[in-house]
Design a protein around this ligand. Structure first.
Ligand SMILES: *Cc1c(COP(=O)(O)O)cnc(C)c1O
Length: 239
């Protein structure tokens, strides 16, 4: 089978799966964005998925993403790129050139670095719009896996909201491996609702991946980030 046919069939199956999940949860499928995660897969796959109708993509490693996006530049595809992986402060300048959204904002220092990088990118004419930011929430309080603790969420959100170059758009979470996804997503709902009381426009709830998108949709996810179920198994396991 050609890669085109393979991706077309996987995207069809995934769209059906997502539509079923929405029906099961009594939700309108239009409320949930499908974000293909193309890490470890080539620029050509992105171009194929674009032809199939995808307009937003997630990447988790800055160097790989920067190279891939440069490769795609000559096609001038109006794609919204989301940075979804852990982001070191020395990588923010590159990310500020290409990202529409950073979903993995998890410290005040990162907020400040991103804000500064966005200002620089605007000054250099590399971007015109502010950067959309999701605060990544840790659902197991294990700081090594990224995300802010519930206790720190409002402080980080406040900093994002005050940053000139950033727009506080919502929250993101990865369900921990050792907790039932339902429990983790129920906790995310509580945390997000608390944030929404202060910031009613921060409506994005990015939750759910290949293995747990049904339960994420049941718990109000507005963005599912899907790699494996669409692209196939990654050549190398991601960190
Ligand atoms: C890789 C990745 C995904 C996609 O995971 P799959 O299980 O392959 O669907 C989603 N979110 C984040 C943050 C990731 O790094």
């Amino acid at each position: 089978m050609t890669r085109e046919r393979e991706l077309e069939s996987a995207l069809g199956a995934l769209s059906d799966r997502l539509a079923n999940a929405c029906r099961g949860a009594g939700r309108d499928p239009g409320e949930v964005t499908l974000l293909p995660v193309t890490k470890y897969f080539p620029a050509r796959d992105v171009a194929i998925l674009y032809e199939l109708g995808c307009r937003e993509f997630g990447e988790s490693r800055e160097q790989e993403a920067t190279a891939k996006i440069a490769e795609l530049a000559e096609l001038s595809l109006p794609i919204r790129w989301h940075m979804i992986g852990r982001l070191q402060r020395n990588k923010v300048r590159a990310v500020a050139r290409w990202a529409h959204t950073v979903q993995s904002v998890d410290s005040i220092r990162l907020v400040d670095a991103l804000d500064h990088a966005v200002a620089g990118a605007m000054e250099a004419g590399e971007r015109t719009e502010r950067l959309s930011a999701l605060v990544q929430v840790s659902l197991d309080d294990d700081p090594t896996r990224g995300g802010v603790s519930e206790a720190d969420l409002l402080a980080v959100a406040e900093r994002v909201a005050a940053a000139e170059g950033l727009v506080l758009s919502g929250v993101m979470a990865v369900a921990p491996l050792d907790v039932e996804p339902e429990r983790a997503f129920a906790r995310l709902v509580q945390v997000h609702e608390r944030l929404l009381r202060e910031y009613p426009t921060a409506t994005v709830r990015s939750a759910g991946m290949s293995a747990d998108l049904e339960s994420a949709v049941a718990y109000g996810s507005t963005c599912v980030r899907v790699g494996t179920a669409l692209m196939g198994a990654r050549p190398i396991p991601s960190p």
